[in-house]
Design a protein. Structure first.
Length: 304
């Protein structure tokens, strides 16, 4: 039985090194000592099935840009869930543990074109997990998100939500400062005022008073701008439209940067439109126990 106060993300359960790994013959995403077949890849070494585990530069390991992975390699990306509320502190996660994650095929974030595997399920599975860890007090993912509203524009203040500096350097060959400068010029030329939300360290980010949706409501933000970030999803679920660029999980409920620059138009998805896309994101969302037993792949547990 899943427990809310148990830290399933500890390396004790998987032994995986950050970076690019060979998956091997099975689907249990842990190393041989923990019953899986994962083993770290050398730089430039590729195989038929691979897993990119987080942003490995954090741990000082060699990094491979996804564009450098050959088309003959079927690869998956493991990082925090695209519904960030799962990592909030609450009855479903009292200590804010990283007990859920995303595993996306062929990209850092789920896209319309991301493959859907036979046996892959979404909200019904996540809802069962939430019910299990809360003894039935939470039975639907919407209960951990809070009040829901159709997106609408409010005022003329825009919040920039940049990720950490290394994301800009590794993925986009630019800097956080240059990105902020570019958007400041673009938005101020259109009559907007900007505020910047620097990404807090995770311990502060998950504290109740530091959550993004609270800042959006408090400051009456018109829309957010982000790159390579699940903050776009958090923004949209709070009723605040999001302009997006880079590798992001907002798909067509966000506003592509180029559309905004060319037309000034902002997508304002309804709650129904948001829910349709969240269902797809939850298909790539897993409790970490599913990663360790292999059931993340098609719903079936795999032997040692």
């Amino acid at each position: 039985m899943l427990k809310a106060n148990k830290n399933y993300g500890q390396k004790f359960y998987h032994g995986n090194p950050f970076g690019l790994n060979h998956i091997g013959d099975g689907w249990r995403l842990c190393d041989v000592e923990h019953g899986g077949t994962l083993r770290p890849a050398e730089v430039g070494e590729f195989s038929k099935k691979m897993l990119m585990f987080g942003n490995c530069w954090i741990k000082g390991r060699p990094w491979t840009h996804p564009d450098a992975i050959p088309s003959t390699t079927r690869w998956f990306y493991w990082d925090n869930p695209q519904l960030p509320h799962l990592l909030y502190q609450g009855i479903w996660n009292p200590n804010g543990y990283k007990n859920w994650c995303r595993i996306v095929e062929g990209n850092n974030a789920t896209q319309t074109a991301t493959p859907i595997r036979t046996g892959q399920t979404g909200s019904a599975r996540i809802n069962r997990q939430l019910a299990e860890v809360t003894n039935g007090e939470i039975t639907h993912w919407e209960q951990i998100v809070g009040d829901r509203h159709d997106c609408r524009l409010r005022g003329d203040v825009v919040m920039l939500c940049p990720p950490s500096g290394p994301v800009f350097e590794h993925y986009y060959k630019t800097t956080k400062g240059l990105w902020i400068q570019r958007w400041r010029r673009t938005l101020e030329d259109r009559g907007y005022t900007i505020v910047i939300r620097d990404k807090p360290i995770r311990e502060k980010r998950e504290q109740h008073q530091n959550r993004l949706y609270q800042q959006l409501q408090k400051k009456q933000i018109a829309f957010t701008v982000s790159i390579h970030s699940v903050s776009a999803i958090e923004s949209i679920l709070a009723g605040v439209p999001a302009v997006v660029e880079g590798r992001h999980p907002a798909d067509n409920i966000g506003t592509p940067m180029q559309k905004f620059i060319e037309t000034g138009e902002i997508n304002t998805p309804t709650v129904q439109e948001q829910n349709i896309w969240i269902e797809r994101l939850l298909m790539d969302t897993f409790h970490k126990t599913e990663c360790y037993d292999g059931s993340w792949y098609n719903g079936e547990k795999h032997g040692r």
